[in-house]
Design a protein around this ligand. Structure first.
Ligand code: 6PG
Length: 301
């Protein structure tokens, strides 16, 4: 099949290569000339304008958008529409908010365009391991792209599927990432407690390796954790600073809207926020109040 791919970063570039290896024609666009060159060197078609991307694909086209969530997705669709034809399919494979996705779908459908959302998991490993894909949108449109999903997935019949109507792919990916936050937090806390138990002299690298096989808490995340500890057991040179890209906080908003208590995911998000505050105002407030009512000592900076 032919696929247009917009955004040849860590995810898009690797996806293009996995598709090429499976025999598909990929026409890829990126603002980075280097990324376009890399694609051409690998044997796909790299182009430097969206016009060329559209021209190099036969209608009805399928164009996969792999750009940062938010305005870049709307801007890309707005640029593509005048160049594309009725029946063309746009796929948003990024981490968009599902409410934006539903809005985009409802705008595009009456204009004659198809729109799928595909929550795509797998990170930089997807090129070899395959990607897990949670797809939202019309069933017949998903079927038209079956060869693409089969090639990107870990196996043709595994790791992908239509999960519901438009928006549901991104909704499920949002929850997936919320779970990711909770799992990461739990591993990190467990390893921290073991590290603090100095009298036992535990080797965290060894333990992570033991847990990888047969243990109830084995997982791919733990495999990666074990690799990281092997490379850098003390995590030297790293700042205790954890960013987030939005999916975790959207999961928490959703839990609140639905009256579902989700304390682990919520706390995992809060811990990330806390990791970015050094000597924060909240804790200084606590110290000063304690000092005011009880005359308790404060630690001066
Ligand atoms: O499934 C995946 O491949 C990951 O979940 C990925 O989609 C995620 O976006 C980033 O790893 C960073 O997410 P945060 O910045 O929110 O941690």
């Amino acid at each position: 099949m032919e696929l247009g791919l917009i955004g040849l970063g860590k995810m898009g570039g690797n996806m293009a290569e996995r598709l090429r290896r499976a025999g598909h024609k990929v026409v890829g666009f990126d603002f980075s000339a280097e990324a376009v060159q890399r694609l051409n060197d690998a044997g796909s078609v790299g182009v430097t304008t969206l016009e060329d991307l559209v021209k190099n694909l036969q209608a009805p086209r399928a164009i996969w958008i792999m750009v940062p969530a938010g305005d870049p997705v709307d801007e890309t669709i707005a640029k593509l529409k005048p160049m594309c034809s009725q029946g063309d399919i746009f796929i948003d494979g990024g981490n968009s908010n599902y409410k934006d996705t539903q809005r985009r779908h409802d705008e595009l459908k009456p204009q004659g365009f198809e729109f799928l959302d595909c929550g795509t998991s797998g990170g930089i490993w997807g090129i070899t391991e395959g990607y897990s894909m949670m797809i939202g949108g019309d069933d017949d449109v998903v079927e038209r792209l079956r060869p693409i999903f089969e090639a990107l997935a870990p196996a043709p019949d595994k790791g992908w599927g239509r999960v519901g109507p438009s928006g549901s792919g991104h909704f499920v990916k949002m929850i997936h990432n919320g779970i990711e936050y909770g799992m990461m937090q739990s591993y990190a806390e467990g390893f921290s407690i073991m590290k603090a138990k100095k009298v036992l002299g535990l080797d965290l690298t060894q333990i992570s390796e033991i847990w990888r096989y047969g243990s109830v808490v084995r997982s791919w995340l733990l495999d990666l954790t074990a690799d990281a500890l092997k490379k850098n057991p003390e995590l030297d040179g790293l700042e205790a600073y954890v960013p987030d890209s939005g999916e975790g906080r959207w999961t928490v908003y959703e839990a609140i809207d639905l009256n579902v208590s989700a304390p682990v995911i919520t706390e995992s998000l809060i811990r990330r926020l806390r990791s970015r505050e050094e000597n924060n105002f909240t804790d200084r407030m606590l110290a000063v109040m304690r000092n005011e009512f009880g005359g308790h000592a404060v630690k001066k900076a």
